[in-house]
Design a protein around this ligand. Sequence first.
Ligand SMILES: [Ca+2]
Length: 157
Amino acid sequence: MLASRANLLKNGGFEEIAADGAPLGWIKEGTPSLITAPDEVYEGAHAARTRFTDGFWQNFPVKPHTRYIVTGFVRHEKPGVEPGRLKILFKDAQGTQVGAEACRIFDLSSAVYKPFRFELTTPDFAAQCQFGLLGRYTGSECMLYDDVSFREIGISQ
Ligand SMILES: [Ca+2]
């Protein structure tokens, strides 16, 4: 059981940094960045800074019709009104999208990180997950993310 609960996201805390300064395991869309100011990081020495079109993405295999749990910590870079947003796309083995989740996270302040935690069930035929850390659709405010995980719970009943 322990193995099945491994974090499917690599480097979910943004602590492993490649030679080019980018966080290992994550794919940049636009110009997301890393935060290193100690009072702006939730844990360790780095956190992710993203917004609408500037996100960090990761691809990993998932099982169809299976329960997963997503957890992490998020806060605003500056006081704002836009929610954070996770975009989660599911594709089948041929790469055709078979489902999507867009999870908004509200009540953000610039003072503290807030934990988020939600469960989802992958669609039938899901084989791959595309997971993105973003800000609000068409928004301009930056979100900070740290210690993000995506773990299998089990086969959905
Ligand atoms: Ca970190």
